[in-house]
Write a protein that binds this ligand. Sequence first.
Ligand SMILES: Cc1ncc(COP(=O)(O)O)c(C=O)c1O
Length: 414
Amino acid sequence: METTMEQRMLKVPPRKIMTPGPVEVDPRVLRAMSMPILGQFDPAFTQVMNEVMAMLREAFQTKNQWAYPIDGTSRAGLEAVIASLIEPGDRMLVPIYGRFGDLFVEIGERYGAEIHTMTCPWGTVFDPQDVIAEIKKVQPKVVALVHGETSTGRMQPLSEIGHACRELNALLVVDSVATFGGADVRADEWCLDAVIGGAQKCLSVPSGITPITYNERVEHVILSRKKVERGIATESDQQAAAVSPIRSNYFDLSQLQDYWSERRLNHHTEATSMEYALHEGLRIVLDEGLAKRFARHKLNEKALAAGIEAMGLDLFGDPDCKMPTVTCVSVPEGANADEVRNVLLTQFGIEIAGSFGSLQGKIWRIGTMGYGCRKDNVLTVLAGLEASLIRCGVSVNRGEGLQAAMDVYDEAAD
Ligand SMILES: Cc1ncc(COP(=O)(O)O)c(C=O)c1O
């Protein structure tokens, strides 16, 4: 039997995505993505690029010249920075307090770094003085740290470590994928040398583009490894080519920054629609204002946490270093973590996340990020979670979670 075009069109179910990413995309961003494609050297498009750079500087709270996106998911941003900085044998210190610290190790190893790690229990973060002591001992070229560790819902304070890195001549590379646009990330004030943000989290942009920024200390290393690819290199480019060039072509920041400069050196074909998406996502962040936006994330986090606890569930991890954008909930005795998540998804269309490694099956992670960080979402996830738990035979304080969350909103409104 023949199908109609209507029947053949792609359809996806409506969802509330309350995970630590990807999250629901802001409708303004979806609209921007439907704009016509422009050529990547069209002045109308390079104007968009320049505006993106200016907005990234504001959002990263930096005066760095270099603030531009990498085409690829967040780990592409991490890899671009590490690939451009690390030469085989360079020492790299990675303090690990969750899965994404391990990702830094994984990337660094593949580019030949001599990796040094330190660990603390998942659910906690490092005392900055312990990290500083290790930097003094190891004397690394690069310290790679996650700001918001989505696997455990913790946030590492960075300022003290950043200042120490400056004094001790180490480069501090920070994964702020899950905090950028949702919590304070002060690149200059905290002395962060390179910062990688995320799009599909607090910016509410689809996955596939990754904002980064870096300062002159990083640029200095990058330029010492510069080699413009054959086919487009001028004679003077060829003469200036580094003996030990950056090992990756796609993630070569020395060439990418030329594309993002007035030189507009041809590299890859820019992902135009993603650029529009990022432009609109950043516009939304800056229109709201950073301080107001961070306060909104904190309010919704507070209401969610109050609701979870009033329901009789325990929050996972050290509360003193909790991320405002991710709330981790201990799976109660006797409950099957995946079964509860499945009821929530199939009955309510709400997705929450499990976790990784030693925390798999032990915690749920609920994201309150960007466009999805709203009162209606918080109240609905609490209602859905309570009903799903009851459905799965887990006893909770019926009705109390929602009331506690509503109290938080009412108090904030007074
Ligand atoms: C803190 C953190 N860093 C890095 C990544 C990797 O990002 P992507 O999956 O977009 O490559 C994630 C993804 O969830 C993350 O949460």
